[in-house]
Design a binder for this molecule. Structure first.
Ligand code: SAM
Length: 218
């Protein structure tokens, strides 16, 4: 497939302004801000909508799904405290933008998407951009037990509850970040696995995600 993406001064400038906006909104992790400053978000947009790519908004990517708002991506990524080499399961690849941010931080990413058309797009676009995560097509609400355990698990869609099966796939010391709530709004939840059956849960701010649809979800 021939891609014509270019990262021009106009987009680079808009990206710098986005980073400053996220800093003002409270994102403090400089590594996360640097990753946002590096990944060309407009590559995930049709050229007609390039002017929307560096606004702090979610945007439709087809199949009724969205590329997450940059603030949300930065917020979730900051909570994950990614260390170089961390094995991260991302549930809800979507556009693949969040995947690139995680890879910029040095994570080895296992990413799963249930919508075939989105999966097909990301397996083309991300390698073209130089990102080579492990891609999976299927229901990520059950995790991917064959590849477990993980240092971190990130859910990028709104869940009705924290699926036990995801907690089982964390290493001890591992962390799950998942928005949990109803179809309207969800609260960001972090769960740290402190022992084989011991967890520390923290409930944070309110967000609005598309639903996590699957066997252990809606
Ligand atoms: N971080 C992504 C981005 O910026 O593009 C977020 C994409 S969107 C907010 C959430 C994605 O989760 C959608 O693409 C949706 O199809 C996917 N999804 C929902 N339920 C899923 C499931 N059970 N397994 C895998 N993906 C799922």
């Amino acid at each position: 497939m021939a891609y014509k993406y270019k990262d021009n001064y106009r987009e680079q400038g808009a990206r710098k302004r986005l980073v400053e906006l996220l800093r003002k909104k409270g994102i403090e992790d400089e590594k996360v801000l640097a990753a946002i400053g590096k990944v060309p978000r407009h590559f995930f947009f049709d050229e007609t909508f390039y002017n929307q790519a560096y606004k702090d908004i979610a945007f439709p990517i087809g199949e009724g799904q969205t590329i997450s708002q940059p603030y949300t991506v930065a917020y979730q990524t900051q909570l994950l405290h990614i260390n170089k080499g961390d094995k991260v399961l991302e549930i809800g690849t979507g556009s693949g933008y969040q995947t690139c941010i995680l890879m910029e931080l040095g994570a080895q990413v296992y990413t799963i998407e249930r919508q075939e058309k989105l999966y097909e797009r990301t397996i083309q676009v991300l390698p073209y951009m130089g990102y080579k995560p492990h891609f999976f097509l299927g229901d990520g609400s059950k995790g991917i037990s064959e590849q477990a355990p993980y240092n971190k698990i990130l859910v990028t869609a709104g869940a009705p509850f924290v699926p036990d099966i995801l907690l089982q796939q964390l290493k001890i010391g591992g962390l799950l970040v998942i928005p949990v709530g109803n179809e309207e709004t969800q609260q960001m939840v972090t769960v740290l696995k402190v022992g084989e059956h011991d967890y520390e849960k923290v409930v944070l701010d309110t967000f609005r995600f598309v639903p996590l649809v699957g066997d252990k979800a809606w």
